[in-house]
Each structure stands twice: as structure tokens, then as C-alpha cells.
Ligand binder design. Structure first.
Ligand SMILES: [Zn+2]
Length: 275
């Protein structure tokens, strides 16, 4: 079975995602740049009631962010460092934030980014209890590997990383593995805060980066949650004992390469694989 490899939708081998925190007014300008280039972002928002989500008119967010394909995720009711607060306060902080976002946007919210990058094993267990499925850290990996531990989801880099453009070029060439016939798909995961572009007076940096990485046929642009759900669907595939039949028990169409041949395994279907 080691010769079946996940592909992203439509057999793409590359995926790109974004994660921006804190829900500040500059998010609007950033979202417009993402929209122009066909990029999808997960916006991590604080707030403990539907009226206090983000620091901008929420109606605007509803009208512009979600219809453009972006996603909202948790960042704590208050911007607490989760590693530093008691269990009860942590659970209250996450669940209030979750209820606020769900009431505000009418969607199920299970994604998260750690405020101040603060987490430990205890925090991860408590987030699981709160129904959180993925949570982003602030530890840059400079890697394009598909995450395995989604509650310790490490980004490729921050937008201020000196190697940002170099990493983007390597990624678009297929990471470090395209030369090899059997290879894993690659994910570029970028994070930051939109207010940093105001503080650093460098909006041109993200304009240039998005124009470079966006609009490419061979890249799947998706939110954190879409990628998470797709990878879960791939992991849920069931193979026959001889490996020639594969069943997709999920509601998501899954694409694979089997001994180099492309197969689309539609939601609910069983497909025969030939070498
Ligand atoms: Zn934050």
C-alpha cells in the first residue's frame, strides 16, 4: 500500500493556505489582496459574544469573507496564553469564543490558532475536549510536509521570514521531491497578523508574494479547515486485503496516485486499482 499517494483535488500536488490572527481592521485590506489572487485564508478571531467578534463591523466580514471562501477559527474569547491559565478558565475561554463565532457566522467552528503561540500537552488535551480539530502554533518549519499532528500544526513560515520568497520558489518547483516518481503532496502554510503590514509599512511584501504564489493551475488554494478535512478523508480510505480495492466511506471525493496512475475515488464509492 505504500505506493498509493494522496493528491489534492483534481490531482494537484501542491496546496497553499493562510492563517491570520486577531481580527483587526487591516484584515479587510489583506482579504482584498487574497481575493485578487484567488487565495483562501483562515482568520482567527477573538471575542466572547457574537457582538464582540473581531475588531471591525462584523456584518462586513459576513458579507465579504465567507462568500469569498475564507474561514473563521478560534483565537480565544480573550487573547490568553493557554499554557498559563487553569483548566476551567481555558475551557471557558475557548467555548465562549466558539459559541460567539458559531452564533455570529452560522457555521461549525473547530479550527484554532494558539494566542501568543502558547500551548503544551495539557492544552492540547483540553482543546480536544472542546471539540477543536486543528490548532496552529507559531513554530516555523520551512517544510512543506502534510501535518500529522493537527493540534500542533506548525506553519511553513511567517510572512516576515527572510526566506519567504526562496521558500515560495522551492515550493512551486514541487518542494524537494518532484524529481521522484512516487512522492507526497506538499503544503505551503503562511501565517501572520495584518496589522504588521501597517506597523512595518510593508504592504508591498504581501502584495508581491500573493501575486507570485496565487493564480496557478497546479496549486490548490484552500482554508486550513478544507485541507484538514481533505486529509482526514484520505486517511479514512479503506483498502481490501490484497490492496486492489479502495473504498471511500466519506462525503468528500478523494484523489490518489496508485503506482503513478491517477484515481478519483468519489464519496461513498469503491474503486478497483490496477498497477
Ligand atoms: Zn493573536
Amino acid at each position: 500500500m505504500s505506493y498509493a499517494f494522496m493528491r489534492f483535488p483534481h490531482f494537484k500536488e501542491l496546496a497553499f493556505t493562510l492563517s491570520y490572527d486577531d481580527g483587526v481592521p487591516a484584515d479587510k485590506r489583506l482579504a482584498e489582496i487574497f481575493n485578487k489572487n484567488g487565495l483562501k485564508c483562515t482568520f482567527n478571531l477573538n471575542g466572547e459574544t457574537a457582538d464582540t467578534v473581531g475588531r471591525y463591523p462584523i456584518e462586513e466580514v459576513k458579507k465579504t469573507y465567507l462568500p469569498a471562501g475564507h474561514e473563521v477559527a478560534l483565537h480565544g474569547a480573550c487573547h490568553y496564553s493557554l499554557g498559563e491559565i487553569p483548566d476551567t478558565v481555558l475551557i471557558d475561554n475557548i467555548m465562549k469564543n466558539r459559541k460567539a463565532l458559531e452564533e455570529c457566522f452560522g457555521v461549525v467552528v473547530t479550527g484554532s490558532a494558539y494566542a501568543n503561540g502558547s500551548y503544551d500537552d495539557r492544552v492540547v488535551e483540553l482543546l480536544k475536549t472542546c471539540g477543536v480539530t486543528y490548532a496552529r502554533t507559531i513554530r516555523s518549519t520551512h517544510s512543506f510536509e502534510i501535518p500529522e499532528d493537527w493540534l500542533r500544526l506548525h506553519p511553513t513560515c511567517h510572512h516576515k521570514d527572510p526566506q519567504l520568497m526562496e521558500l515560495a520558489e522551492t515550493f512551486l518547483k514541487g518542494g524537494n521531491k518532484r524529481h521522484f516518481f512516487y512522492h507526497r503532496p506538499q503544503l505551503f502554510y503562511l501565517w501572520g497578523h495584518s496589522y504588521e503590514f501597517d506597523n512595518d509599512d510593508n504592504w508591498q511584501l504581501i502584495e508581491d508574494f500573493c501575486a507570485f504564489i496565487g493564480g496557478r493551475e497546479d496549486v490548490w488554494y484552500a482554508t486550513n479547515g478544507e485541507i484538514y478535512e481533505y486529509v482526514q478523508a484520505y486517511n479514512a480510505l479503506q483498502y481490501s486485503a490484497d490492496g486492489h480495492l479502495v473504498k471511500n466511506p466519506t462525503a468528500i471525493d478523494v484523489y490518489i496516485h496508485y503506482f503513478g496512475k491517477p484515481y478519483k475515488i468519489c464519496a461513498g464509492e469503491t474503486v478497483r486499482l490496477e498497477k
